[in-house]
Ligand binder design. Structure first.
Ligand SMILES: NC(=O)c1ccc[n+]([C@@H]2O[C@H](COP(=O)([O-])OP(=O)(O)OC[C@H]3O[C@@H](n4cnc5c(N)ncnc54)[C@H](O)[C@@H]3O)[C@@H](O)[C@H]2O)c1
Length: 302
C-alpha cells in the first residue's frame, strides 16, 4: 500500500479518448508533459494527443499498434450505459475491450494500467428488482446483486484486472467512478435529483467532479503499488444538498450504516482511495470552487 507520489510515465495510451473522461485525461497528461496516444472508435473533434489511433479496442492488431512506445495504459473505452446497446453488445464490447487491452499490455511488458470500473459494479444501483445495498457507506467489498449487462461488464472487468496481474504481472487499478461530469453538468443533475432523491439512493447520491476524476487517474498511473486493486471514489459530499442522515432515514431506512457518516456524507467509503492513491477530492458542486490548479498540483506532490 502506498499513497506516495511516483514518477510520470513518458507515454500513456488513453482508450476511449474521444469520450468525456478520455478528453479530460488526455489534456491533463499532456499538461503534465506526458506524451499521449489516443485510441477511440471515432473522434468527433480533433484530439490534442500527439498520436491518434482510430480503431476498436477489441481488435488485437489495433491495440498492439496503439501500444507502441507506451509505458502505461488508461483504459476508458466502453459502452457506458446498459440502454446504449443490447445486453450482449454492451457486455461483449466492454469485457472484450478490457480483456484485449490488458492482455496486449501485459504481454508487451507494460507495468501499469488504470481501468474505468463503476459504482455500478456491485449491481444494486441499476438493478431492476426491489433491492438495496447491503450497507452504507458503499465500499469495494459490498456484496453484489447484478441484473444488467453494464454492471456485470464492470464486475467482469475487475476480475480481468486480477487475472492480468496474475498472468502477466501488470499492476492494475480499477477505479469505481460514480456519476462523473464537469461541474455545470453535475449542477443540472443535482437539480433533477433534488426533485426525486430516492432515484439516487442506491448509489448513495455519489458524484465526482471530472477534475478530481482525472487527478485520481493520474495518481493511479503514478503511485508505487503492486497487484490489482479496486478503488471506490466520491466527492466528499452528496449530489443532493441535504443532510446524509435525513436522506438515509427517508430513502433507505432499512439499510444498516456501518460507520460514522459526516453531516453531508459521503456515502462511499473512500479509505482505499486515500491510503492507496493518496487521493482526496478537491471539488464540490455545493462549495465555492477554491481548488485552484496550484492547489491540485500541490495535492499531487503532497
Ligand atoms: N461518465 C460517468 O458518469 C461514468 C461513471 C462510471 C463509469 N464510467 C466509465 O468511464 C469510462 C469513460 O466514460 P465516459 O463518460 O467518458 O464515456 P463516453 O461515452 O463519453 O466515452 C467512451 C468512449 O469510448 C469509445 N469506445 C466505445 N467502445 C469502443 C471500442 N470498442 N473501441 C474503442 N473505443 C470505444 C467511444 O467512442 C467514446 O469515445 C467508461 O468505461 C464508463 O463506463 C463513466
Amino acid at each position: 500500500m502506498s499513497g506516495e507520489p511516483g514518477s510520470l510515465p513518458s507515454r500513456v495510451l488513453v482508450t476511449g479518448a474521444d469520450g468525456s473522461i478520455g478528453r479530460a485525461t488526455t489534456e491533463r497528461l499532456l499538461d503534465r508533459g506526458v506524451a499521449v496516444t489516443a485510441l477511440s472508435l471515432a473522434f468527433d473533434a480533433a484530439s490534442p494527443a500527439d498520436r491518434v489511433v482510430v480503431g476498436d479496442a477489441r481488435d488485437e492488431d489495433v491495440v498492439a499498434r496503439a501500444l507502441e512506445g507506451v509505458d502505461a495504459v488508461v483504459h476508458l473505452a466502453a459502452i457506458p450505459h446498459p440502454s446504449l446497446g443490447t445486453p450482449s453488445v454492451v457486455f461483449g464490447t466492454n469485457v472484450v475491450a478490457t480483456f484485449t487491452v490488458l492482455a496486449q499490455a501485459g504481454q508487451a511488458g507494460i507495468r501499469r494500467a488504470v481501468i474505468a470500473s463503476s459504482i455500478n459494479a456491485f449491481g444494486v444501483p441499476m438493478n431492476t428488482n426491489d433491492v438495496s445495498p447491503a450497507y452504507f457507506p458503499l465500499d469495494e467489498g459490498i456484496p453484489t446483486d447484478i441484473a444488467d449487462a453494464y454492471s456485470l461488464s464492470k464486475q467482469a472487468d475487475e476480475a480481468t484486472a486480477r487475472m492480468a496481474w496474475r498472468r502477466w504481472g501488470i499492476d492494475v487499478v480499477a477505479l469505481r467512478f460514480p456519476l462523473i461530469k464537469d461541474s455545470a453538468t453535475l449542477r443540472r443533475s443535482a437539480e433533477s435529483a433534488a426533485l426525486d432523491p430516492g432515484s439516487m439512493a442506491r448509489e448513495g447520491w455519489a458524484y465526482l467532479d471530472i477534475r478530481d476524476g482525472v487527478r485520481a487517474i493520474e495518481l493511479a498511473v503514478t503511485v508505487p503499488l503492486t497487484g490489482a486493486h479496486v478503488v471506490g471514489l466520491s466527492a466528499d459530499d452528496l449530489l443532493v444538498d441535504r443532510p446524509a442522515a435525513e436522506l438515509l432515514r427517508t430513502y433507505a431506512p432499512d439499510v444498516p450504516v456501518r460507520m460514522p457518516i459526516g453531516e453531508h456524507g459521503p456515502l462511499v467509503d473512500t479509505t482505499r482511495a486515500r491510503e492507496l492513491l493518496g487521493f482526496e477530492p478537491l471539488h464540490s458542486i455545493h462549495r465555492p470552487d477554491g481548488a485552484s490548479d496550484e492547489l491540485e498540483l500541490g495535492a499531487l506532490r503532497a
